[in-house]
Design a protein around this ligand. Structure first.
Ligand code: MN
Length: 728
C-alpha cells in the first residue's frame, strides 16, 4: 500500500539476512515450529523479495522489505506453514515489481505463486459503497475470490500491518482504509475465528475513524484500570484458591475487553462507560471438557451465578467453531464477574481460529479431535455442500470454493450483486430490473463489449446496454441461469406472441373485409358472438390471434363473419390488399432466414401454420415452391418508418492484409450499423479471404450506403449482398 516506486534494476549481490528487528524475530519464530529445510526455502523467498523491492520505500520511510517481513511474522505467530510464510514475504512482488507469476512459479512452485497471485487479485478490488448488505456481499466476494483460505490469511496480516502503520498516510486515505477494515476485513477475521487479529483490526479502525472518541475512551480506561487492579487481583486469588482446593489444574487470567467492543456495547446497549466497564472478565483454561463443567460447579459454589446468564457453547458451539462455558457471577464487591471456561484446545481455536489447524498439523497423522472439529466448523462456516467426504484430503489441500453456488459482480455504480454461479449477462440484466432485462441488447464486461451469453465471474464489472425497442430473444432461454430471468423471458414471449399476433390478425382480417367490400367497423358484436360460438373458441381475441399465427385464414374468417350478418350475401373473393409490415410484430411475422428481407426490398408473405407469416423477398429462390399455393400468399409491404434494425447478409472478398477486419468493422460502425455475425473462409488462394457478414441495417438504402463505403477500401476486392442460403 502506498509509497512504492517502481523497482530499479536489482543489484547483483544478494543482501545479508536481516540480523535485527523484525527480520531476526521472524527467524526466531520460524525456528520454533518449522523444519530447517523449510526455513531455508522461506529465506530464499525473503532474499528474492528483498532484491525485487530494492529502492522502494514505505510511506514511513522504512525500506519496503520491512513490510512483507512483518506480515510474515504475524502469520508465523499463528504457526502457518512455510508456503504461507513465503507467500507473505512475496505478497507485493507481483504488484510492485517487474517480476510476474511465471517467475514465482519457477522459483517457488505453483502453490506459492497461486497464493501471491490471489493476494494481488484481492488488492485490485476496492470497496466503494457502504450499506450493510453491500458490505456482506463484498466480504463474500473476497472470500469467494480467495479460493485458498491462506490467501485471505495473508491478506488479513497485510491489512493488519498496514493498519498499524496507517499514521503515515494522508488523512483522507486513512479514513477510507479504516472504514474498509472495519466493515470488511475485521468481520472476515472474526468469521474465520482469528480473534486477536480481529480485535486489533477493530481497535485500529476505531482509532482512525473516531480519533476523539478513541482518545477519550483510552483515557477513561487508563484512569479506572488502577482501581480495578486490586479488585481483579483479589477475585483472581479467590478463584485460584477454590480450584486448587478441589485439585483442579487451571490457568486463570483476568481478561480485558478490547476497546472497540466496549465502545460498541456502549452504543448498542446505550450504557454508560462505567456500567459496561465495571464488569470484570476472567478466563479459565483447563485440560479437558469434563474439567470445564467441574470448574463451573466450583465457581457457582464460590459466587452466586446471575440467573439467565449461563451459556453452554461447548454443547452448542458458535457458528465460527467457538467453544466455551460462559457464566456471570455476583462478585464480592457487588459487581458482576464474567467468566469463560474452556479447554486448551478450545482456547487455541478461540484465539487462532482457522489457523489453529496448523498448530496440530505436524504432530499426528491421525485426525485429532481438534482437527475434526476445525474441519466441521469450517464446513459449517463456509456452507460447503460438497459431495466429497474425504476429510483428510480436505484438510491437506485446504483449497475450496467458499461459496461455490454464487458469483459476485459489480454494477456500474459499484454495487455488488450476488448471482448463482453460471449466471450470464442476461441474468444480471434481469436482476437489475425487469425492464433492463427485457430491453438489453449488449453488455460491457470490465469495460469491453461481450456477448450477452457471457458467463460472469467474481469481481466482474458489468454494464448492460439497453435499447428502447429491444425485446427478449427466445435464444436467451438457452443460457440464462436464474429462474427470474427465465420466467420473465417466457412471460414476455407468451404475451407478446398472443397480443402481437392478435394485432396482426386484426389487420389481416380488416384487409380481407375491405377486399370483400365490407367496412370492418360495420361488423356487429352479434356477428362476432355467433362466430365465436360457431368456432367453439373463447373469444374474439382468440380468433384474431389464430389469424395472426396463420392458424386461420383471414379471408375465410372475413367471409364467415359476413355470413353471420346476411346469410345470403356471399361475395366472391378477390385479390387481397397488401398488409403493412413494421418489423416489430415479434413472433407473428418472421423474416425468412434464407433471403433476410430488409425495408425497401419487394416482399411477399406466406402464411405458415402455427408460425404466422414468414416474409421473403420476391426474388427469393425459396418461394418458388409456394407459387402453386396462392391461398397462402399474402401481399405485404413495408411500413415507411420501421422501428428497428434488420439483418442482412453480405459477402466480401478482401486482400489478405493485417488489420483488414478492423478496417471493415470500423467502416460498418461508421455508418451506424452493427455486426451481428462474421465468419471467414480460409481459401487455398492465400491472396484473398472471403468474409461473410451479417449486419444490422435500417433499410436497403442504409445497406447500400454501407456497401458503397466498404467498396472504397483498397483491401476490398468484391462485395455483394447475399440473399440465398449462403450465410445463415
Ligand atoms: Mn502489502
Amino acid at each position: 500500500m502506498g509509497g512504492r516506486a517502481r523497482a530499479v534494476k536489482p543489484p547483483p549481490a544478494p543482501p545479508l539476512l536481516p540480523a535485527d528487528g523484525e527480520g531476526s524475530r521472524l527467524s526466531q519464530l520460524l525456528k520454533t515450529y518449522l523444519k530447517p529445510k523449510d526455513i531455508a526455502q522461506v529465506m530464499a523467498a525473503y532474499r528474492f523479495s528483498d532484491i525485487a523491492h530494492t529502492g522502494q520505500m514505505r510511506m514511513s520511510g522504512d525500506p519496503y522489505i520491512s513490510h512483507p517481513v512483518t506480515v510474515a511474522c504475524i502469520l508465523a505467530e499463528l504457526h502457518l506453514d512455510a508456503l504461507t510464510i513465503m507467500a507473505a514475504l512475496l505478497h507485493d512482488v507481483m504488484e510492485d515489481t517487474e517480476f510476474g507469476k511465471q517467475e514465482l512459479t519457477e522459483k517457488f512452485g505453483a502453490t506459492v505463486a497461486d497464493l501471491v497471485d490471489g493476494v494481488s487479485k484481492l488488492d485490485k478490488i476496492e470497496f466503494q459503497t457502504a450499506t450493510h448488505e453491500q458490505a456482506e456481499n463484498f466480504r463474500k466476494m473476497l472470500l469467494a475470490m480467495s479460493q485458498d483460505v491462506r490467501v485471505i490469511l495473508v491478506k488479513l496480516a497485510d491489512r493488519l500491518h498496514n493498519m498499524r502503520t496507517l499514521d503515515s498516510m494522508a488523512s483522507e486515505k486513512r479514513r477510507r482504509i479504516a472504514r474498509e477494515t472495519m466493515e470488511i476485513y475485521a468481520p472476515i477475521a472474526n468469521r474465520l475465528g482469528l480473534n486477536e487479529i480481529y480485535q486489533e483490526l477493530e481497535d485500529l479502525s476505531f482509532k482512525h475513524l473516531y480519533p476523539l472518541r478513541f482518545a477519550v475512551l483510552t483515557k477513561s480506561i487508563k484512569a479506572v484500570r488502577g482501581n480495578r487492579k486490586e479488585v481483579v487481583g483479589k477475585i483472581l486469588e479467590a478463584i485460584k484458591q477454590r480450584l486448587s482446593d478441589l485439585r483442579i489444574e487451571a490457568e486463570v487470567t483476568g481478561r480485558e475487553k478490547h476497546l472497540f467492543s466496549i465502545y460498541r456495547k456502549m452504543v448498542e446497549k446505550t450504557g454508560t462507560f462505567s456500567e459496561i466497564f465495571d464488569i470484570y472478565g476472567f478466563r479459565i483454561i483447563v485440560k479437558d471438557t469434563a474439567t470445564c463443567y467441574l470448574t463451573l460447579g466450583a465457581l457457582h459454589g464460590l459466587y452466586k451465578p446471575i440467573p439467565g446468564k449461563f451459556k453452554d457453547y461447548i454443547a452448542i458451539p458458535k457458528a465460527n467453531g467457538y467453544q466455551s462455558l460462559h457464566t456471570t457471577l455476583f462478585g464480592p464487591f457487588g459487581t458482576p464477574i464474567e467468566v469463560q471456561i474452556r479447554s486448551r484446545e478450545m482456547h487455541n481455536i478461540a484465539e487462532a481460529g482457522v489457523a489453529a489447524h496448523w498448530l496440530y498439523k505436524n504432530t499426528d497423522a491421525d485426525l485429532s479431535a481438534l482437527q475434526k472439529q476445525t474441519h466441521q466448523w469450517l464446513q459449517r462456516l463456509l456452507e460447503i455442500q460438497s459431495e466429497s467426504t474425504d476429510s483428510v484430503e480436505f484438510l491437506e489441500h485446504f483449497k475450496f470454493d467458499l461459496f461455490p453456488d454464487e458469483v459476485y459482480v459489480f454494477t456500474p455504480k459499484g454495487q455488488i450483486m450476488a448471482l448463482p454461479s453460471g449466471a450470464t449477462a442476461v441474468d444480471f440484466a434481469y436482476a437489475v430490473h425487469t425492464d433492463v432485462g427485457n430491453c438489453c441488447v449488449a453488455v460491457k464486461i470490465n469495460h469491453e463489449l461481450a456477448p450477452l451469453s457471457t458467463e460472469l465471474h467474481n469481481g466482474d464489472h458489468v454494464e448492460i446496454i439497453t435499447a428502447t425497442q429491444a425485446k427478449p430473444n427466445p435464444a436467451w432461454l438457452n443460457y440464462v441461469a436464474t429462474g427470474k430471468a427465465r420466467a420473465h423471458i417466457r412471460h414476455f414471449l407468451k404475451t407478446m406472441k398472443s397480443s402481437e399476433s392478435a394485432m396482426l390478425g386484426e389487420r389481416m382480417l380488416n384487409q380481407a373485409l375491405r377486399v370483400l367490400q365490407a367496412n370492418p367497423d360495420d361488423i356487429s358484436e352479434e356477428q362476432w358472438k355467433k362466430l365465436v360460438r360457431d368456432y367453439g373458441v373463447q373469444d374474439k381475441q382468440e380468433i384474431l390471434t389464430d389469424i395472426g399465427l396463420g392458424q386461420r385464414l383471414n379471408v375465410m374468417v372475413a367471409r364467415q363473419l359476413l355470413t353471420m350478418a346476411e346469410p345470403s350475401g356471399e361475395k366472391p373473393v378477390k385479390q387481397l390488399g397488401s398488409i403493412t409490415i413494421r418489423g416489430s410484430e415479434g413472433m407473428a411475422i418472421q423474416f425468412a432466414q434464407c433471403c433476410r428481407p430488409i425495408p425497401g426490398d419487394p416482399i411477399l408473405g406466406f402464411i405458415n401454420k402455427g408460425k404466422g407469416v414468414v416474409v421473403h423477398t420476391r426474388d427469393c429462390s425459396a418461394i418458388r415452391k409456394f407459387r402453386k399455393d396462392p391461398d397462402k400468399w399474402l401481399d405485404v409491404e413495408w411500413d415507411p418508418d420501421p422501428h428497428r434494425l434488420f439483418k442482412a447478409n453480405m459477402r466480401l472478398a478482401v486482400a489478405n492484409q493485417p488489420g483488414v477486419l478492423a478496417k471493415i468493422a470500423a467502416g460498418i460502425a461508421g455508418v451506424g450499423s452493427n455486426i451481428d455475425n462474421v465468419s471467414m473462409e480460409e481459401g487455398d488462394d492465400s491472396a484473398y479471404t472471403h468474409m461473410n457478414f451479417t449486419v444490422q441495417v435500417k433499410d436497403r438504402e442504409h445497406l447500400a450506403r454501407l456497401m458503397r463505403g466498404l467498396r472504397k477500401l483498397p483491401e476490398v476486392v468484391r462485395i455483394n449482398r447475399v440473399k440465398g442460403a449462403a450465410n445463415s
